[in-house]
Design a protein around this ligand. Structure first.
Ligand SMILES: *[C@@H]1O[C@H](CO)[C@@H](O)[C@H](O)[C@H]1NC(C)=O
Ligand SMILES: *[C@@H]1O[C@H](CO)[C@@H](O)[C@H](O)[C@H]1NC(C)=O
Ligand SMILES: *[C@@H]1O[C@H](CO)[C@@H](O)[C@H](O)[C@H]1NC(C)=O
Length: 352
């Protein structure tokens, strides 16, 4: 009894200490960025005009969207083209330009410091020809870390104090897991690298396949519970390119509580955004057989397997799915973005 009580006090102490450290770090960060974190404090709102809605699906911009939903002040999102002349930024989503559904208002004058922003979350393979977009854009907005505005598919946020004992490693590990490796695939293309790796890997280990390809589509509410029954999730990107790491990692694997086996950009790109020892990269093995053996052994070694979830003590997954949130995220960085810039050859940048 006495021991348990001391144990409890000790845990509580750790929790308090962690909270304190997080708060302190938060304060320091805020202090460093000073007053330049949004438009508001500089006395004027930043107006962002979205020229057309991505995939033709408009969303409501009623009220002060950035403040109401994301606590970002001084950031005014609009979609009325009549406000063009008062826009600090005009954002163009690439897909509709590429398909010709929308056109650039190329003969409208650019007033003062107005920036035209190229927005795309697609990989280069799915971006078509970009030569027509030379000498047009001032800033890029993409999942790439070297874009002017980086809009990742997801990221990890420090877990603030209160989450301390929640969702711990133990919970994930003791969850019912009955399948070694799982994959969800809708558009199967036998020529994709991921298909070749899958075909070869399934010779050494069983892989449970879901998704439209196998007519085993999963309803959104069923996706994470299904994957949570798997030790490993094949977070294989459909396109292999720099920084192209999608919700296959953030949602399907991390949120479901399966260890991601990743195929995509090189390990360095993953290491830059994901915690060490939280994923298994296909390229770190000389063959799929070696990878299969590794997964097999790891599944049997509960302690070692659990270490792949250690990050969950300190971080939680943040997914980005709302275009408005992505647009709002420009404002806190606005004043540190290059004042003068243009992309003479967007194609070259995209393919670089
Ligand atoms: C900025 O926008 C907010 C919300 O729309 C508005 O209340 C405020 O008056 C604006 N500030 C300036 C300086 O225009
Ligand atoms: C913890 O798990 C619960 C239910 O399993 C979930 O609702 C909650 O979002 C999780 N919290 C974090 C910080 O991941
Ligand atoms: C934005 O790009 C255009 C076209 O490339 C260029 O003429 C203009 O000077 C740039 N504006 C700024 C503020 O960088």
């Amino acid at each position: 009894m006495k021991f348990q009580f001391r144990h409890y006090v000790f845990l509580l102490l750790i929790c308090f200490l962690t909270t304190f450290v997080f708060l302190l770090v938060g304060e320091l960060n805020e202090g460093r960025q000073g007053l330049s974190t949004d438009g508001h404090v500089r006395g004027r709102n930043i107006t962002i005009l979205l020229w057309h809605w991505p995939f033709g699906r408009p969303q409501s911009l009623k009220g002060d969207v950035c403040w109401d939903n994301h606590r970002i002040s001084g950031c005014h999102l609009v979609d009325q083209r009549s406000l063009y002349s008062s826009a600090d930024l005009v954002v163009f989503h690439h897909r509709e330009l590429m398909t010709g559904k929308e056109k650039l208002p190329i003969n409208l004058p650019r007033l003062g410091e107005q920036k035209w922003v190229w927005l795309s979350l697609e990989s280069p393979d799915n971006s078509g020809h970009l030569k027509p977009f030379s000498n047009v854009f001032n800033w890029t907005m993409s999942y790439r870390r070297d874009a002017d505005i980086t809009v990742p598919y997801g990221k990890l946020l420090p877990q603030e104090g209160e989450g301390c004992a929640e969702n711990s490693t133990k919970e994930v590990v003791t969850e019912e897991k009955s399948l070694l490796a799982c994959w969800v695939v809708s558009h199967y293309n036998p020529k994709h690298k991921r298909s070749l790796v899958f075909q070869s890997l399934k010779k050494s280990i069983p892989v449970e396949v879901y998704g439209r390809w196998r007519r085993r589509g999963l309803a959104p509410s069923n996706l994470l519970p299904t994957i949570s029954r798997c030790y490993f999730y094949l977070a294989f990107e459909n396109s292999i390119s720099k920084d192209y790491i999608t919700e296959k990692l953030w949602r399907n694997a991390y949120q479901a509580g399966a260890v991601p086996v990743v195929l995509g950009p090189p390990p360095e790109d993953y290491k830059a955004v994901a915690p060490p020892n939280s994923f298994i990269h296909v390229e770190d093995f000389t063959s799929t057989e070696e990878l299969g053996n590794f997964l097999h052994q790891l599944q049997l070694d509960k302690e070692r397997y659990a270490r792949y979830f250690a990050w969950r003590h300190n971080y939680k997954v943040k997914l980005y799915t709302d275009w408005r949130e992505r647009l709002c995220s420009i404002c806190p960085h606005y004043h540190s973005l290059p004042a003068q810039k243009m992309y003479p050859d967007l194609e070259a940048w995209v393919r670089s």
